[in-house]
Design a protein around this ligand. Structure first.
Ligand code: NZQ
Ligand code: ZN
Length: 386
């Protein structure tokens, strides 16, 4: 096990009706906040009205900025920074999913910084962010307690991440009932993203990490059992609750303690969602099995362990490679069973821009820690995903 520091200070407020506590919680940070949200789902579901009520009961004034799109854009972030400065806002409330939260984080780090906020997405270290509270409406990205924010710069279609421990929200309100209204597609791609955050950490070269291996496997099993239930019964509270808590645990860094995570698949996917504007989890469902097929020989034993413990494949000790390959197939067919495309062809994406995407993905150096991937490797993985 590698040495580590684990510090996750996001307060989780989990359960039925918890959104009513938002105003009280937020008022500990400021009486004037930016209320940031997406394209309108919160108004359709009635959540918006409940949040406004909770804020006003706590004496919190809200300046609004809606309109965050999935794969959030830099231009709206800039607008948010100007708005916060104009109204001297000192805290932000994000109501939505990963896109809204990431946009809120970008605004929160941009306000106290004199330069261009995009500097942070080009590698500048973040040192400060306005306090950010979250009401989560879709379990997927894990941004409600992660230190990351992923933003797309329309100028050149660059999708890049900024990361810092100071970018973790101060609190996250998580009511599984709020996820009953999710379309099946968003439930499915969200589940793939959650599982991806575990897989990125599972495929590591660190040795003697059995405890975190087991935590990863338990999280994956929870998703494998509960996602089909939530798809069939969107208002099944218990399944929604399991998924929602798993989404946070998958990406709050607990599962990565003592091990070096990979992150190549995310890097390869971000080029897809930047250029084709597909859902991040949708892109991951396509890339995973291609990446696995490309790298599994690096550690056949780990892949066989994954197959056996996560997918209940009977291990073939005389031919572990066969066991490993069966685990990869099971992963792909599970994603497919959720009703989403698992190849580029199924998603209507051709090989036209593979060179460009492979170059952009590796422009800051090789991707991945489990196996280092250069431009040619990434291009081959796109080909395998066709
Ligand atoms: O915009 P609205 O109208 O609210 O609709 C949203 C959006 O269209 C809808 N939705 C959300 N909650 C709903 C709902 N519809 C009905 N009922 C509800 N309760 O769902 C759509 C997708 O929302 P989005 O926020 O884009 O989803 P997600 O949480 O998957 O976030 C994706 C973004 O997060 C980034 C991704 O790259 C992508 O840009 N990621 C962020 C990470 C982080 N900050 O740590 C890590 C991840 O790996 C990921 O890269
Ligand atoms: Zn992700």
């Amino acid at each position: 096990m590698l040495d580590f520091v684990f510090h996750n200070a996001t307060k989780i407020i989990f359960g039925k009706g918890t959104e009513d506590r938002t105003g009280r919680e937020l008022s500990k940070y400021s009486k004037k906040v930016l209320l940031h949200y997406g394209g309108g789902s919160i108004k359709r579901t009635g959540l918006y009205d409940r949040i406004i009520k909770s804020l006003s009961e706590a004496g919190v004034e809200a300046i609004e900025l809606g309109g965050v799109k999935p794969n959030p854009r830099l231009s709206l972030v800039r607008e948010g920074i100007d708005l916060c400065r104009k109204h001297k806002i000192e805290a932000i409330l994000a109501v939505g999913g990963g896109s809204v939260i990431d946009s809120a984080k970008a605004i929160g780090i941009g306000v106290p910084y004199e330069g261009d906020v995009w500097d942070f997405y080009k590698g500048r270290q973040v040192e400060k962010m306005l306090p950010l509270g979250v009401v989560l409406t879709i379990p997927a990205a894990g941004s409600e307690s992660s230190g990351g924010s992923v933003i797309t710069n329309e100028d050149g279609l660059y999708k890049r991440a900024a990361n810092s421990v100071c970018m973790r929200p101060v609190f996250a309100v998580m009511n599984p009932e709020l996820t009953f209204t999710l379309p099946a597609y968003q439930t499915a791609v969200g589940a793939v993203d959650i599982m991806s955050h575990v897989l990125e950490r599972y495929f590591t070269n660190a040795k003697e990490v059995d405890f975190t291996d087991r935590l990863c496997e338990a999280t994956l099993r929870t998703m494998i059992v509960n996602t089909p239930i939530a798809l069939k019964e969107p208002e099944n509270y218990d399944a929604r609750a399991e998924i929602m808590w798993a989404s946070t645990i998958a990406h709050n860094d607990l599962l990565g303690t003592g091990r070096l995570a990979d992150w190549a698949t995310h890097g390869i996917e971000h080029e897809l969602s930047a250029i084709y504007d597909i859902a991040h989890g949708g892109g991951l469902a396509i890339i995973w099995s291609a990446w696995m097929k490309y790298v599994y020989k690096h550690d056949v034993k780990r892949f066989a362990q994954f197959a056996s413990r996560v997918w209940n494949v009977e291990p073939d000790f005389r031919n572990l490679e066969r066991t490993a390959l069966e685990g990869i197939e099971k992963t792909k067919s599970f994603f497919s069973s959720l009703g989403i495309p698992v190849t580029l062809t199924e998603a209507g994406i051709s090989s036209d821009r593979f060179e460009e995407m492979a170059s952009k993905a590796t422009e800051r150096g090789p991707l991945g820690n489990f196996v280092k991937l250069n431009r040619e490797d990434v291009r081959e993985i796109y080909k395998l995903a066709l």
